[in-house]
Design a protein around this ligand. Structure first.
Ligand code: FMN
Length: 304
């Protein structure tokens, strides 16, 4: 029997496949397809201290092998999540990871305090959203600011592990990873979306109302694998790898590069069952290779 369990910052997951923040809402729609308890974990939609409407439409566009989005953190706010969405998610036998974005380090702190008291399993600190003006990616592109947000989050999160979500929109992602580790992060997740743009050649208008957006989907997988590999060598924190995962082989690549667990996002827009298929595909690969535990894949790449 293959052991599919993994531990991410002390949190036991029944298997290494979770769903990525912002691509699964709070699970209500997907729960019509399958028991959410089949998932290793759920990264809930990104929360802010106060409710947000997000950016004006159009805010999603297709691209070759992916999508561009400029949703801009539309969400009901952290209090509504705790009152209405967390009890719903708690019905399922899976881990709940709250994802937060703030305009100031203090806002991150207040949200961590509330979510820790509410009893989420982990807090994913988003310092990498390319679609909001304040906060978001600004924190993820400067080591000093990344450290400040991480430190404030840790101070206010009590016993709940803090996972810092890194931006790929930097020259050297290991600098930010090291800053987060130095400030006490328990885990890292990567990658968020890569800034991109698409233009309608007849109207000459950008296809997204915000002009630019974040690229996700299969096109970004090789970037994610490279960045997970670089970060895993630079820090000793566990990594949740993501970016373009659509099948077991994609997840296995991220694990071999150094990820402890993986998240599936954009692939679910075409196939809601994608995370379950990724899990089964991963198990097939581990079995084919004669492993006794899927965790043996982590960090197993053999660079030339
Ligand atoms: C529509 C959409 C909304 C997203 N919202 C969030 C969010 O609220 N917080 C966050 O940390 N990441 C967010 N992301 C980024 C994803 O969690 C993930 O890091 C990225 O899409 C790469 O994975 P994928 O290629 O499997 O989608 C969003 C992505 C998409 C496509």
């Amino acid at each position: 029997m293959l052991d599919m369990t993994v531990k991410l910052a002390g949190v036991a997951l029944k298997d290494p496949v979770v769903v990525a923040s912002g691509t699964f809402g709070f699970g209500r729609e997907y729960s019509q397809f399958y028991d959410l308890g089949e998932l290793g974990g759920i990264c809930a939609k990104g929360l802010t201290l106060h409710p947000r409407n997000g950016n004006p439409a159009p805010r999603i566009a297709e691209t070759p092998m992916g999508i561009l989005n400029s949703v801009g953190l539309e969400n009901p706010g952290v209090d509504a999540f705790i009152a209405e969405e967390l009890p719903f998610l708690r019905q399922f036998d899976t881990k709940v990871i709250a994802n937060i974005s703030g305009n100031t380090p203090e806002e991150y702190g207040i949200m961590c305090e509330k979510l820790s008291a509410a009893g989420v399993d982990m807090i994913e600190v988003n310092i990498s959203c390319p679609n909001v003006k304040a906060g978001g990616m600004a924190y993820g592109t400067r080591p000093d600011l990344a450290a400040e947000v991480t430190e404030t989050a840790k101070k206010n999160a009590g016993n709940v592990p803090v996972m810092v979500k890194l931006s790929p929109n930097v020259t050297d992602i290991t600098e930010i990873a090291k800053a987060a580790e130095g400030a006490g992060a328990d885990a890292l997740s990567l990658i968020n979306t890569i800034r991109g743009m698409r233009i309608d050649v007849d109207t000459r208008r950008p296809v997204l109302k915000m002009n630019t957006g974040g690229l996700s989907g299969p096109a970004v997988l090789p970037v994610a694998v490279r960045m997970v590999w670089e970060v895993s060598q630079a820090v000793s924190l566990p990594i949740l790898g993501m970016g373009g995962v659509a099948k077991g082989e994609d997840a296995a690549q991220l694990m071999l590069a150094g990820a402890t667990a993986v998240a599936v996002g954009t692939a679910m827009f075409a196939d809601p069952y994608a995370p379950l298929k990724v899990r089964d595909g991963l198990a097939d690969i581990a079995e084919r290779q004669g492993l006794s535990a899927v965790s043996e894949l982590t960090g197993g790449a053999k660079p030339w």
